[in-house]
Design a protein around this ligand. Structure first.
Ligand code: MN
Length: 236
């Protein structure tokens, strides 16, 4: 059977060393750093045993922005926010419910750094009414991401910092030591809810310091020693 409309473009992210990573889904983790949960007014677990369930939401695959990540200031908001995050790219499948914690890291193909761009006013209004976050989180160009670095070229993530500069000023900085749920934890928890597939990206949550981005702002996000993402917010 022929397609009756033009085939939608496949979203892809470049991989260091050549080739591309076709994107299937973008999973995101909310409140994964205690200092950010606190700044958002959310409860912070007293210990790992009391952390409950992670908060998950999704963005559409075609929200990714790659290369020199110029992002047009989005419609419908007066409060676009940055959230710098570790991005994990999956290269293997796991049927739902069958990913043991000690097998989780076998799924990881590559790492990068990204921004979980957020229309904070829309997200805040949705939260206040107990409504879904989609319009605040899952909009066009809401997921700028760096080139992906194969996991085999990354000598561990332990203790690396995530940081974001806007117009040369440091806005966010955090250590991956401080993740409430680490990569293996998150993949294990996601697997309880979804069949994970090669092509999935996971945005791992942001440290404290989220704040506004304005037209003309230049941003530079870094995963220490691994990847960098540079871009600019352009007028709507
Ligand atoms: Mn986030």
């Amino acid at each position: 059977m022929a397609d009756l409309i033009p085939t939608p473009a496949q979203a892809r992210v470049p991989v260091r060393g050549g080739g591309t990573f076709p994107v299937r889904r973008i999973y995101c983790v909310g409140r994964n750093f205690a200092d950010h949960a606190r700044e958002m007014g959310a409860a912070v677990p007293a210990s790992k045993a009391e952390r409950g369930q992670p908060v998950f939401f999704l963005k559409p695959a075609d929200a990714v922005v790659t290369g020199d990540a110029d992002v047009a200031y989005p419609p419908g908001t007066r409060d676009l926010h940055h959230e710098v995050e570790l991005v994990v790219a999956l290269g293997r499948d796991a049927p739902a419910g069958e990913l043991a914690p000690d097998e989780a890291m076998d799924l990881v193909f590559a790492y990068g750094v990204g921004l979980d761009l957020t229309r904070r006013d829309l997200q805040g209004a949705a939260k206040a009414k107990g409504l879904p976050w989609d319009t605040g989180k899952g909009f066009d160009q809401s997921a700028p991401v760096s080139e992906l670095v194969p996991a085999a070229q990354v000598d561990g993530l332990e203790g690396r910092s995530l940081s974001l500069q806007v117009n040369g000023s440091l806005r966010q900085q955090g250590s991956l030591h401080d993740l409430i749920w680490d990569v293996a934890d998150i993949l294990h928890e996601l697997s309880k809810l979804f069949a994970l597939k090669a092509g999935d990206l996971v945005f791992m949550g942001t440290p404290a310091g989220v704040g506004p981005l304005l037209p003309g702002d230049a941003f530079s996000a870094r995963l220490e020693g691994v990847a960098e993402l540079r871009g600019r917010i352009t007028p709507a």
